[in-house]
Design a protein around this ligand. Structure first.
Ligand code: TEU
Length: 563
């Protein structure tokens, strides 16, 4: 079988709300994206993934959709969308859309019908349940299960009109769709086909491994100090998930060719991912796994864990080996849900910000899989200085803060410390285009404050400077397109017990690449086998002066090639 085109592709994610605001309302829009397409094309990426732009009450910044076949007026209209798609295609790139169908908005007409009465034909399109046996409907603790929602509070909302509860794994404005109902699946398939017919090139599928639930809906385990139970065993990789994804493939993707599908799958295991991405099973092309971004998450969610490099390497190494035979990895440090990687795993101080951002880029991009670049990552954008909870806008940060502080008695300072380090708004501060007010993102008032470091960190400065993070990412992407060993080389982890160096080789036919990243502020010698031969090999790429004798400067990355 011919290798799929996306094996050698790199994807760039746009979070439209924070990308570029052309009309001055403080929120990014499609015109802003159109205006900046050359910035993205200049990096050499192959695909753009657009976070949701559909009509939405914006309770979760567009991940709560009230019309799957339109564009929210905040972002523009379908004519703008068609112009954007044409602009992307004209530059030789593809565009994939976000598909958010585990849940809709509570303002979607489907849900309005569903909640209108118990015998409405769409009642069964969502998860409705009566109060817990023997409890007064609506009373505290009468929810059908003990599950907590991702954004704080219970996962069930009482609806007095019909005296029942509906399930929402995320906010109460994001009711879960009932995929058991074949009409729901058919409606989603029709909608997807409508977008593909319009010319889009695939989908990133939001929490797609949650769509199949154990219909018994049992209570989940409760951890000490936590207000609600964990229901995830009933919906992560649920009983019919493979059937639903294969059916979707058959009804939507089959015969279309040249698409890209990536399933976002919190809690997916390597064994499951092997099945999801086995081409012979026809489900999805690749998945986003979460093990490596949960590396610094401890048993207590409100205690900050420092990075343990050996653990990160063990996780990513396992995924490399696990999907080496069949299946395919996606590779990412950042997206709109994760803190900025240079602040998280690198050193965002002025001295080492650029160098560590490049090192992190090199390590990620030289793994086997399809790399994803999140807007601003190519500039080495950093976490934001949030002074207090009032500076956050994210429904997750606000909801979790309320539950932890008000219901669970956590100290506000502890919770804030974790939100500052890990909160999603770190990724959502506006894109830093230039040194003008609000970083050139908007002429109005931005919906979330621009990071005050924009006079130093911005796209104009980065594009001008040949040594910038931007140009380093451009070279990494170029290398993937030119060197088959980057795409297909077998992965071998070196120095698994080293807490400072991340080292591995990639071997394809006669070519071997050696990649070493120094995850520390110290100068470190890499004690690998065959060091002498590597020292005289071709140095393909580094982010500092060429090392002598495999001695790496703080945060240095080196890539050598031997043929
Ligand atoms: O995120 C899924 C998810 O698991 C999130 O809970 C995420 O891991 C967490 O917020 C990290 O702190 C997807 C979207 O990417 C996210 O933006 C949405 O809020 C969520 O689904 C609901 O649609």
């Amino acid at each position: 079988m011919q290798n799929p085109w996306w094996h050698s592709a790199v994807v760039y994610q746009i979070y439209p709300r924070s990308f570029a605001d052309a009309d001055g309302d403080g929120m990014g829009d499609l015109r802003g994206v159109i205006d900046h397409l050359d910035h993205i094309a200049g990096l050499g990426v192959d695909v753009i993934w657009l976070s949701p732009v559909y009509p939405s009450p914006q309770d979760d910044n567009g991940y709560d959709i009230s019309d799957y076949q339109g564009i929210d007026p905040v972002f523009g209209d379908l004519a703008d969308f068609d112009e954007l798609l044409a602009g992307v295609h004209a530059r030789g790139m593809k565009l994939i859309m976000d598909l958010v169908v585990n849940h809709s908005s509570d303002e979607h007409p489907w849900f309005a019908e569903s909640r209108s009465s118990k015998d409405n034909p769409k009642r069964d399109w969502y998860w409705w349940r009566p109060a817990r046996e023997g409890m007064q409907p609506g009373a505290p603790g009468a929810e059908p299960t003990n599950w907590g929602a991702a954004f704080g509070g219970p996962a069930w909302e009482y609806d007095p009109a019909t005296g029942e509860y509906y399930l929402h794994l995320f906010s109460r404005k994001q009711p879960d769709l009932n995929w058991e109902n074949p009409q729901v699946r058919a409606a989603v398939h029709a909608m997807m086909n409508w977008w593909l017919d319009r010319g889009v090139d695939g989908f990133r599928m939001d929490v797609i491994n949650y769509i199949s639930k154990d219909t018994a809906l049992p209570d989940g385990p409760v951890r000490p100090g936590v207000a609600y139970g964990d229901g995830s065993a009933s919906y992560m990789n649920g009983p019919r998930i493979h059937e639903f994804l294969h059916e979707m493939h058959t009804r939507v993707f089959a015969g279309r060719g040249q698409l890209l599908t990536v399933g976002e799958m919190p809690g997916v295991t390597i064994d499951e991912a092997t099945l999801f991405t086995d081409p012979a099973r026809a489900e999805v092309d690749m998945v986003f796994q979460f093990d490596h971004v949960w590396v610094d998450r401890g048993a207590d969610p409100w205690l900050l864990q420092p990075l343990q490099l050996t653990k990160l390497k063990a996780i990513l190494g396992r995924w490399q080996t696990g999907l080496a035979g069949s299946g395919w990895n996606s590779l990412y440090w950042n997206n709109h849900d994760q803190p900025r990687v240079v602040s998280r795993f690198g050193d965002d101080s002025p001295r080492y910000r650029e160098r560590s951002a490049k090192m992190l880029g090199a390590v990620l991009h030289l793994h086997r899989g399809t790399p994803y670049v999140y807007q601003g990552e190519e500039l080495g954008m950093t976490n934001a200085p949030f002074a207090s909870i009032a500076d956050f806008r994210d429904i997750e940060a606000l909801g979790q803060y309320a539950q932890a502080v008000e219901q669970e008695g956590r100290s506000p300072e502890d919770v804030l410390t974790v939100l500052r380090a890990r909160g999603r708004d770190n990724a959502r501060t506006p894109m830093q285009w230039d040194a003008s007010p609000h970083a050139g993102f908007t002429t109005g008032t931005p919906w979330l404050a621009v990071n005050p470091n924009y006079p130093q960190i911005n796209a104009v400065a980065a594009v001008k400077d040949e040594d910038s993070v931007y140009h380093f990412y451009r070279r990494l992407i170029e290398l993937r397109h030119e060197e088959p060993a980057v795409v297909y080389g077998d992965f071998r982890m070196l120095l698994p017990h080293d807490e400072r160096l991340y080292a591995f080789t990639r071997t394809h036919e006669a070519t071997t690449l050696l990649v070493i990243g120094n995850f520390s502020g110290e100068t470190v010698r890499a004690e690998i086998d065959d060091a002498a031969a590597w020292e005289s090999a071709e140095l393909l790429l580094t982010n500092a002066a060429a090392p002598r004798g495999l001695v790496l400067e703080p945060w240095q990355a080196v890539v050598y090639r031997r043929v």
